[in-house]
Ligand binder design. Structure first.
Ligand code: HEM
Length: 471
């Protein structure tokens, strides 16, 4: 059968005179509604504007497999849906791995990879345990914690220590706030609509925020440069990194990529941890089984890196949580460098394709009972790298995936051995997209209960979480 024209792709009602950038903003205005709606109403291939193939969503492992490994044919979208004034702090902080393609991307990634190698990450284990330990020392049985806030502060402390070699404090909190607002502004229609650098407009405020973010990054880079020790934080490793031909990351590349690592690694990991704590709180039996596995192997301590291999339920729980509630609900967008076929359609060069782990992880034809938290599904089945894609796949697979995996497992193992987790009766949980990450709106209050008490049934939690998880 010959391919059908791309103009036949079903999708949302077109809005006249809306260009491509605004089309993308239509998605980011309410992605957690738009993406499932596109899938439910139009199936595995759907356009953001009916009849217009310039931005389409493609849901499912077959599309991940088609696009993600072929970086030459499907480039990473290298502009953001917003005006970037030349010579601005925004243009400099944006100059990082995610906005380059081809040989440039390969070179920068090659220089950055060793800082995320196995032994380096294992070397961060003690720092992670120490930082988590001092935070958890403040948690008391019988009290309530905002798990999302706690996890955000913890992952921020970890980032500051492992990326920049800095200790927690006010400074770290400020950089955290700057990084978070940076990401939020970048995908905000309010910032993009009127891109005039005026103090009373969101765009003007974003420009000042970028200047402050850049200043703080430069200060941290200079502090690291000034110290002459052979420190093992990511920044020090990147400053020293050299290719076989002696090429190094330029100052501009260092700045952009440190900003990226910070932004990409902090909130994502915090949300992954928060969602897992929520799922455990709502599944008391699984929580109990995990505690038994952990205590049996660890006797109250945090795992060593060798012990991870002997904690299969912990592994399965993290995979299942990343499947159900992936912190990055979309992958960065791909642009087709030539004509290609997408399912039955012939697509024109330049089309943008949006892939969504969130929707793909809930496809009933791929995952039985997709809305159920069933870690045991991973005992009998290993996912293909294109089915379970919380970290993406192919040459742009998340650079910090092993870093995040280690941090998540360590922190969970420490929490679950010390505390029972329970949601508060009558609470609401609403997933909220900020930038490209998805966390709980307004925090996640969790009650810390006696870990040795008999498990009680889950409480009735309301909110839009029920669209994604059933218990
Ligand atoms: C649970 C935590 C995390 C999740 C879910 C996550 C997810 C992702 C995803 C889905 C992508 C990109 C995919 C694409 O375009 O195909 C990505 C890219 C990236 N992530 Fe992560 N990430 C996490 C933690 C981290 C951490 C801790 C770091 C660094 C410390 C990090 C650094 C990066 C970088 C540098 C890229 C860009 C790679 C490239 O374009 O070559 N991420 N991440």
């Amino acid at each position: 059968m010959s391919p059908r024209p791309a103009s036949e792709i079903p999708g949302l009602r077109p809005i006249p005179f809306v260009g491509r950038h605004l089309g993308l903003l239509r998605l980011f205005r309410d992605p957690l509604r738009v993406l499932p709606r596109l899938w439910r109403e139009h199936g595995e291939i759907a356009a953001l504007s009916r009849g217009d193939p310039s931005i389409v969503c493609a849901f499912g492992p077959a599309f991940h497999q088609q696009l993600l490994p072929r970086a030459k044919e499907f480039e990473h979208l290298d502009d953001i849906p917003m005006r970037v004034p030349e010579g601005s702090a925004l243009s400099r902080t944006l100059f990082n791995l995610t906005v380059i393609n081809g040989a440039d991307h390969r070179r920068q990634r090659r220089l950055m990879m060793p800082a995320f190698g196995r032994s380096v990450i294992h070397g961060y284990r003690d720092d992670m345990v120490e930082l988590a330990g001092s935070r958890l020392a403040r948690w008391r049985t019988g009290s309530q914690v905002d798990a999302n806030r706690e996890m955000t502060e913890l992952t921020l402390d970890v980032m500051m220590r492992c990326l920049f070699g800095l200790s927690p404090g006010e400074d770290a909190a400020e950089v955290g706030r700057l990084g978070t607002s940076f990401l939020e502004h970048m995908t905000s229609p309010a910032t993009a609509m009127l891109p005039l650098d005026l103090p009373w407009l969101p765009f003007g405020r974003f420009m000042r925020l970028c200047e402050r973010f850049e200043e703080r990054l430069i200060e941290m880079i200079e502090q690291r440069r000034a110290s002459r020790d052979q420190a093992q934080d990511v920044l020090s490793l990147l400053i020293r990194a050299a290719d076989e031909d002696g090429s190094r990351l330029t100052d501009r590349e260092l700045l952009g990529n440190m900003g990226l690592l910070f932004v990409a690694g902090h909130e994502t990991t915090a949300h992954a941890l928060s969602w897992t704590l929520f799922l455990l709180a709502q599944h008391p039996q699984i929580q109990l089984e995990l505690r038994e596995e952990l205590r049996g192997e660890l006797h109250g301590d945090a795992p060593t890196v060798e012990q991870f291999a002997r904690l299969p339920l912990l592994d399965a729980i993290v995979d299942e949580s990343l499947r159900l509630l992936p912190p990055t609900y979309v992958l960065f967008i791909r642009r087709a460098m030539g004509e290609f076929e997408l399912g039955p359609y012939r697509m024109p060069e330049g089309s943008l394709v949006v892939l969504s782990p969130l929707v793909a992880h809930h496809l009933p034809e791929v995952f039985e009972e997709p809305e159920r938290f069933r870690p045991e599904r991973w005992a009998s089945r290993k996912p293909s790298p294109f089915e379970l894609v919380p970290f993406g796949a192919g040459p742009r697979l998340c650079l910090g995936a092993s870093f995040a995996a280690q941090e998540i497992r360590l922190v969970l193992a420490m929490i679950v051995q010390r505390h029972g987790l329970r949601m508060l009766p009558g609470s609401r949980v609403d997933p909220k997209a900020r930038g490209i990450t998805m966390g709980p709106r307004g925090g996640l209050p969790i009650e810390l209960v006696d870990p040795d008490a008999r498990p009680r049934p889950p409480v009735d939690v309301g909110g839009s979480i029920r669209e994604w998880v059933q218990w």
